[in-house]
Design a protein around this ligand. Structure first.
Ligand SMILES: C[S@@+](CC[C@H](N)C(=O)[O-])C[C@H]1O[C@@H](n2cnc3c(N)ncnc32)[C@H](O)[C@@H]1O
Length: 366
């Protein structure tokens, strides 16, 4: 099987974590801005989609061509074997990025590329929200074509159909847990769990449940897709997952509605039996008896302009909760250093963003 260049897109700041994830799958990885470059064959592309917990999208470089004019672009685009990647009559979304090129008019590039692909595959490819998604990157005379193999962003695992207030995206929750240094063998507690994303991601990681095992991917629509090989890969991943965890994961929230939401999300995620979910204020958050572990949480972030309730006491309570449990490490998310600073001894370890909002991960060791 031939190898293609692969681009794995992730939230900014998560490149090092995703690089580790890709290398752990036995593939080369080099961190880039908000992404990781790698290479591999079709099976590797499928495995990346299936296994990556902190990435958002896996793009495959279909081809590279030289073109400085629109006519050339159209004829060169038509020389690519699109029938491997786009099915006739499948809808096609094209995103054009042009830098330092005479092909700067993205509308014209879209039109020519679309026409060339349509002719090549013998079908008409109308613009659409579902179907194939292609990125055309033009840099000077070099044109590269990247097909999206993921479809919906990878953070959408399929279990989080309900959310409580201000949910943390699954890829960021996964990254926070990884960066906390949690060993997946000791207890974990989230005293402000909302829809349960952190406890659920933690349980799935410790069980070894592949993040993408329950969802569909864009590569399943590639004309060359072989369902049997993919089903075998997923079955092997399911086989590897542990049936249960020998240590506790606790989640709590003061909001009664959050408990129901987190419970139903956990059921869909297949880890409800691994979690103890309780309604409690942070000051009374239940901790398991026995060995210590990691306290991982995502407190409310507060308004962008400092409006709304003063959250400093809540962050102080979080610090106190950690103090009351010596031996427990602490990792949390905050938007503002001013709030994180209320947790004495915590240090910023990673800056990223969610939905355009700058956030950072903070930690305090034992
Ligand atoms: C940012 S949300 C957590 C979102 C969660 N990580 C998720 O992905 O859905 C913060 C949560 O803290 C809870 N909370 C706020 N103050 C609290 C307190 N004093 N005690 C317990 N929970 C509290 C809120 O009810 C809310 O669900």
């Amino acid at each position: 099987m031939s190898a293609f260049p692969i681009h794995i897109r992730c939230a900014p700041g998560l490149e090092a974590i995703v690089t580790d994830e890709v290398r752990a799958l036995g593939l080369p990885a080099e961190a880039l801005g908000a992404g990781v470059s790698s290479e591999g064959n079709v099976a590797d592309v499928q495995r990346l989609n299936l296994e990556l917990g902190c990435a958002q999208r896996v793009l495959v470089r279909v081809a590279e061509r030289k073109a400085g004019k629109l006519d050339k672009l159209e004829s060169k685009t038509g020389s690519i074997a699109w029938n491997k990647w786009v099915a006739p009559h499948q809808s096609l979304t094209i995103a054009v990025k042009s830098q330092r090129s005479r092909l700067y008019h993205s509308g014209a590039v879209d039109e020519r590329v679309r026409r060339a692909i349509g002719e090549r595959i013998g079908g008409w490819a109308p613009d659409g929200v579902s179907g194939a998604r292609l990125e055309v990157r033009v840099q000077g005379d070099s044109v590269t074509y990247w097909i999206d193999s993921s479809g919906e962003a990878l953070n959408r695992r399929g279990y989080r159909l309900e959310t409580a207030k201000a949910p943390l995206r699954e890829d960021l929750a996964n990254a926070l847990i990884r960066s906390s240094g949690w060993d997946r063998q000791t207890p974990l507690v989230d005293p402000m769990m909302g829809s349960g994303t952190l406890p659920i991601e933690a349980a799935r990681m410790a069980r070894g449940i592949a993040p993408g095992v329950d969802r569909e991917f864009a590569f399943e629509s590639f004309p060359t897709f072989e369902r049997e090989a993919w089903d075998t890969m997923k079955a092997a991943a399911r086989e590897r997952a542990k049936d249960a965890l020998p240590f506790p994961i606790h989640g709590s929230d003061r909001d009664a509605g959050a408990i129901g939401i987190a419970t139903r999300n956990a059921e869909r995620a297949g880890v409800a039996s691994d979690l103890t979910l309780t309604q409690a204020a942070i000051s009374a958050a239940p901790f398991p008896e026995g060995p210590s572990g990691v306290l991982v949480t995502n407190p409310p972030w507060g308004g962008r302009l400092g409006k709304g309730r003063d959250l400093r006491p809540l962050y102080q309570t979080l610090g106190k909760l950690a103090d009351e449990h010596p031996g427990w490490a602490l990792a949390f998310v905050a938007t503002k250093g001013r709030l994180a600073g209320q947790v004495e001894g915590s240090e910023k370890v990673l800056a990223t963003n969610q939905g355009g909002r700058d956030i950072a991960f903070y930690e305090r060791g034992v």
